[in-house]
Write a protein that binds this ligand. Sequence first.
Ligand code: FO1
Length: 307
Amino acid sequence: MNGPVVALSGGIGGAKLALGLARVLPPGALTVIANTGDDFEHLGLAISPDLDTLLYTLAELADPLQGWGRRDETWNFMETLRQLGGETWFALGDRDLALHVERTRRLAAGATLAEVTEHFRAHFGIAARILPMSDAPVRTRLRTAAGWLDFQDYFVRRRCAPAVGEIQYAGAATAAALPAALAALADPALRAIVICPSNPLLSVGPMLAIPALRSALQQARAPVIAVSPLIGGRAIKGPTAKLMQELGLAVDAAEVARGYAELIDVFVADEADAGMTVPDGVRLVTAPTLMTTLADRERLARAVLQS
Ligand code: FO1
């Protein structure tokens, strides 16, 4: 049956399925709620990596290899910054930089993060809605032997090397969920809610740590469908498996499903994990979840919507 779909997504992996969903659904049927726990201020700029990855991916402007940033990029700013002795551990392409400068200007002028994102979505001609999980700051932080680290310091600067003992979503407990996100989740015509295959701990966790978002999923009449970010116990990209191991969690899809237990109706896992167990009340669906090509993204999106 038809009807709107809401997807919860972080950066690269989630954005791939978001694109697949956007391409198989009628224009305007998809709303993506994005993680903002990776956001930070850098070089005086307000940077929202997962919102930007979703904008570029849904605009089909994303760098196909990196997954983040733009494919049509030049690097004069970074090269000159390096020559000037500036901080260059976080790569900002020239075109990407313009978006951060404009977001920073609009925020300083009093716009909300949702308003700025809406402006960029319209500019890129993206049919799907892209909503930050909140306009209030939520910051993922990680406790390591080197002390508590901000997200991008851990993820980019230190390349996820430090062992993590604890993850904190600072601000999530008091952050107001974006009203438009709650409205989308409460839509009686909703066909499905999809938790994209983003890192459960780093990208989905911050969203589910916002009380109103979590309860919106619990109360949703539409089926909640989570897609596994692991295949055969391995992450396609990023530190999911390493983090789960460091936090003493089983490193497999069953653990991910357990983490979502009271929120989801369906768990979509790769055929490699067909024998896995899922919590009571959760239905297991298996499908190829590796998304290398655009056709893969669309195929998985169809499998999710038909699950
Ligand atoms: N990730 C990296 O691994 N290295 C980078 O230099 C980097 C720069 C960057 C710039 C803008 C942006 O929106 C994202 C960027 N990312 C970079 C990715 C980002 O750190 C991650 O995609 C998310 O925070 C995790 O999903």
